[in-house]
Design a protein around this ligand. Structure first.
Ligand code: FXY
Ligand code: ZN
Length: 362
């Protein structure tokens, strides 16, 4: 079928809205009429080729929409269902089989390699094949995705807001609820108040953390963090945050979520823990320095990684939606909606920090 998509032709180039052809879904796949798509930093990373997704490509990996057609083997959704699209995984490797699809052994190929699960592509323009991103390419009017990427969601919520639950919001909330699992009354610091960090703040609030300390350089985001449940907010431009966190908590927090990708903050996130504390790094930090003995070993601390909040999207996203409906996970406060032809502006605002989570209405 002919669809309209935001095509990325070359490294760092602006998205261009163009006609492309989309193949029919294969046996294990689903055709989804996209209603909206979140904008995630990882789309910009792919556009700028900091991760070499083969170009040309149709990016977008936080799609939401209505199921239009299903392949002959698909049993999990049917036409007319509302759906959120999440990341790709193979379903048969050891990590998929043990309930950790975001550590799928083929994660990089399937999400960043431009291909679908059967290693072929679905999007064409003239005689060129375009890459699929995260098995969905949600910056288009329709998307074909493997059924494993598709999460059926309730129909009584605004579908156009739900796409980010498939990546950024799932990452932040899942890092707290699935990976760190703080107990009621424990303490946590969250570095970075973007969509990932603020979702971690909301999750810590759900758990009942006694101290939720949000750290950022933008006062407006710190204000929003307070509204979402942060008990204390720190502007890291104005103070030594390790000292300050230790003061507030009488020696450090039990947990940290580091979502900024700023290398020094990865180290601080460990230093500001109390003994035996755990820091989860979810910002893509390449290198930083630790004094392994002082920073980690001597106080029995851990630093751990997490991808996509250790979530199984089909289980986790509906839970987040239930909390949203109950008023306990107000992720809509992070969102600003743009028209499809404003997609480049949406990325600019996200980079500037004026919009926390842009969503483009397709
Ligand atoms: O945007 C989604 N999450 C990613 C899977 C996080 C890892 C990104 C690695 C490359 C930028
Ligand atoms: Zn993402």
């Amino acid at each position: 079928m002919e669809i309209k998509a935001a095509v990325t032709h070359g490294k760092g180039e602006e998205f261009k809205l163009e006609e492309v052809r989309l193949d029919d879904p294969k046996d294990n796949e689903v055709l989804v009429k996209i209603v909206a798509s979140g904008v995630c930093h990882t789309d910009a990373v792919a556009r700028d080729q900091d991760v070499p997704v083969p170009l040309p490509a149709v990016l977008g990996h936080e799609g939401s929409g209505v199921v239009e057609k299903i392949g002959s083997n698909v049993q999990t959704v049917e036409p007319g269902d509302h759906a959120v699209l999440s990341f790709s995984s193979c379903g048969h490797c050891e990590n998929c089989l043990t309930g950790y699809p975001s550590y799928c052994l083929y994660f990089n190929d399937l999400n960043f390699g431009g291909i679908m699960n059967d290693k072929t592509k679905r999007i064409h323009q003239g005689d060129q094949e375009l890459s699929t991103f995260f098995g969905q390419s949600s910056f288009g009017t329709y998307a074909v995705a493997n059924a494993r990427n598709v999460v059926k969601v309730d129909k009584d919520v605004n579908l156009s807001l739900l796409g980010p639950l498939g990546c950024g919001i799932q990452t932040g909330a899942g890092t707290v609820l699935n990976k760190l699992q703080p107990k009621f009354g424990e303490t946590i610091a969250v570095y970075g108040c973007g969509a990932v960090g603020l979702s971690a703040v909301m999750a810590a609030n759900i758990v009942g953390c006694a101290k939720i300390i949000a750290v950022d350089v933008h006062d407006s985001r710190l204000e929003l963090a307070k509204e979402l449940g942060a008990t204390d907010v720190l502007n890291s431009k104005e103070m030594d945050i390790v000292d300050e966190i230790k003061k507030i908590t009488n020696g450090g927090t039990n947990y940290t979520v580091e979502s900024t990708s700023v290398p020094t903050l990865a180290r601080y996130s460990v230093q500001a823990l109390k003994p035996l504390g755990v820091s989860a790094v979810v910002g893509v930090t390449q290198e930083t320095e630790f004094n392994v003995f002082e920073d980690i070993m001597a106080e029995g601390k851990s630093i751990v990684g997490a991808i996509e909040g250790n979530a199984i999207p089909q289980l986790f996203v509906p839970k987040l939606i239930a909390y949203y409906k109950a008023g306990k996970f107000p992720f809509d406060k992070l969102v600003k909606v743009y028209d499809f032809d404003e997609i480049n502006q949406a990325f600019k605002d996200s980079k500037k920090g004026t919009t926390v989570k842009p969503i483009v209405r397709i």
